[in-house]
Structure formats: C-alpha cells, structure tokens
Design a protein around this ligand. Structure first.
Ligand code: ASP
Length: 358
C-alpha cells in the first residue's frame, strides 16, 4: 500500500527563480512550476500522468522515488503574485508566510518556503518565534545559482527540503542549504559565493544530507510526539526595532539618532559584549534609552561566541549595569526577530519582556 505525503512549497522569490533582465541583473521570474515540471529529479511525469487523480493533477507535482519505497511525495507550488528579492522583504512579508502556513496547516504534511538567501536568517528567526507551536516540519530554502542554470544548487536544496518536510517530523522552523539542515533561529548567511551559504556557528546542524536524510531526534527542541499537531500563531511583529553595530567611530549622536522612536535595539558589541567606556556619553546615551523602556539587548559581533550575564571586562560591565540584556549566544538576526515578537506581547510588562528576551 503506497502512502502519500503532501507538502506545500511557498515560492516567494529569491535567486532560486531568477533570470537576468535587460540591465543584466537578476530578478525573480513567474511561473516557476513550468520550469520545475521539466526537471526529472523534481517531477515524476510518468507517475503523475498514470497514477494521480484528476483533482490531484491540478494541484500537485510528484517527487520521483527510487521504485523501492512505499511512500509517494506530492507537492504543490504556491507562488506569490509579487515575487521579491528577499532584500525587499519587510515584516509584512513574513507575516504573510506565517499566516499562510497557519491557513493551510491541516491540508499538508509539511511546508517548504523558497526564500531569497539575503534575509533567510531574519525570516527563519521571525517565523520561528511567530509560529509559537507548530506540529509539522517547516523548511526554508533557496539557491545561490538559479534553477534555470545547469549548475544550480537549487535543485538539490529544493528536493531535500521537500523530502525532509514530507518524511521527517521536525516540529520547528528550519533552513536547508548546501547539505545541512539548521535550526531557524541559529543560521547566518556566511557566503554569497559558496554553495554552502549558511552556517549555524553556535549550534550543530540538525541533519546532514548523507546517504540517508534522517534527523537525530536528540537534536530537536521538542522530542517527537511531544508537540500537539497544531499551529499556534502570534501574528504581530514590531517594526520599531533595529540593529546597531558598535564601531570605533560611534558617537552619542549616532546612538541617539538610531534609538529615537525605537522600542527595542540589538547592540552588536565587540568580543564578549564590550563597548568603548572612556567616552562616557556613549553608555550614558544607552542608559538613558533603557531608562525610557527601550529594550536593548547585547549580542557579540563575533561569528561564534556568547555575551554572558557575568561580563569578563569593565567594558562590558557598564552595559549590564545600565540594564542592557545579554543575549548569550543568539545571532543578531535572531535577537532582532525575538525583540520584534516580544515587544508586541501587550500582556507582558517591560520587566517580563526583559526576562523573556534573555
Ligand atoms: N538577493 C537574493 C535574495 O535574497 C539572493 C538569493 O536569493 O540568494 O533574494
């Protein structure tokens, strides 16, 4: 008896489906399904023609199998009307993706989002927080080389993502790229040329695509079976949040200008969470903002490492004394996403938001 799994693949844009325009630069293309349908690794036309019902034919493409499995994976491509380079994404775009996952939650066994790589780390983090509880696998993926080109990495990224979403029970938001599956809140784009565009410097990959594509359940936040099959969505995000990177030329005026009107700021500091302290106006400016209930969190600029609750240096101690929240080993992208989420929790007091943010 053949078992069928169904995956929804939301196509939002990104290099995966881009071609050069008349100015010689890449822009997203519509009707990606037509291209995918012609790729035998992504669509089993023979099976589709012979075995799918009329209604399934309208909706789905079929992943080819090795003829030795009793599982058939079907997927539907849901293409957004306005396709974007993900550099153009705002919180509204991720709200839409999250709402769509919620809307179609019970119709599919898993979800894939084709997303431009530039902001995947933000998108995956934001979706991870907004989807407070999700009982199915959600995978974001994309490509460094468009699917139209023979050397596209998009084919393997997309194929593995669909198979993971269909067959692996990973009830959280993840990113598949290269040959690894990462936790959504842990990824960083680390290269714009390598096929391995992402890394997860403070957490091991959840899965590595080897001969098999199986996740080690010990890697998951929630052990299999412990998450209800539901999609609980917090569908609000604050836009009054930003990332401020500390650099030697930073001035109090600059800090004031960035913090003005913000409800939360991620401060990307040196090393263990340090800032210049000889120029007192710098931390005084941050202290003033915290006193005005701006939630300021401290992440390190280092690719790998932690900002602890117990600073090593005098240059880190003052921030803690000002009420800046150490973000431990979070990426700046995840810390920003968490601020954006936490700050819309109207039921929480400032002190509770500070507690949740750590
Ligand atoms: N600029 C592209 C985007 O983020 C890059 C990519 O998809 O790789 O949409």
């Amino acid at each position: 008896m053949v078992q069928t799994k169904r995956v929804l693949a939301i196509y939002t844009g990104g290099t995966f489906g881009m071609l050069k325009n008349e100015k010689g630069v890449l822009v997203p293309q519509k009707d990606i399904e037509k291209v995918i349908r012609r790729l035998p690794q992504l669509h089993d036309n023979e099976y589709w023609t012979q075995s799918l019902s009329k209604s399934d034919k309208k909706e789905y493409l079929a992943i080819p199998d090795g003829k030795d499995t009793d599982l058939k994976v079907l997927y539907k491509i849901y293409e957004y009307e306005e396709l974007k380079d993900s550099s153009d994404f705002t919180t509204d775009d991720w709200l839409r993706m999250a709402r769509d996952i919620k809307k179609f939650y019970h119709d599919y066994d898993g979800f894939v989002v084709l997303h431009g790589t530039d902001t995947t780390a933000y998108g995956a983090s934001v979706l991870s927080f907004m989807l407070e509880s999700v009982g199915k696998t959600v995978v974001l993926t994309g490509a460094q080389v468009p699917i139209f080109q023979p050397r596209s990495d998009g084919l393997n990224n997309f194929l593995c993502s669909i198979l993971i979403a269909a067959t692996q029970h990973i009830p959280e938001v993840t990113v598949f790229f290269g040959c690894k599956l990462f936790r959504g809140t842990r990824v960083k784009k680390v290269s714009n040329t390598r096929i391995y565009a992402f890394d997860s410097p403070n957490y091991p990959p959840l899965l590595e695509a080897k001969v098999s594509l199986e996740v080690d359940p010990k890697m998951l936040i929630h052990p299999p079976g412990s998450v209800p099959d539901e999609c609980r969505l917090h569908d609000k995000l604050s836009t009054k949040v930003y990332v401020l990177k500390v650099a030697p030329t930073i001035t109090p005026e600059l800090i004031r200008a960035v913090l003005k009107g913000m409800d939360g700021v991620v401060l990307e500091t040196y090393g263990n969470g340090n800032i210049p302290i000889k120029r007192k106006e710098i931390y005084k400016e941050i202290e003033r903002a915290v006193k005005n209930n701006v939630l300021v969190v401290n992440v390190t600029q280092c690719i790998n490492g932690t900002v602890l609750g117990k600073p090593f240096y005098e240059t880190g101690l003052l921030l803690l004394e000002c009420g800046v929240v150490p973000a431990f080993d979070m990426t700046a992208e995840a810390a920003l996403a968490k601020l954006s989420y936490v700050l819309t929790k109207t039921e929480l007091s400032y002190a509770q938001k500070v507690e949740v943010q750590t």
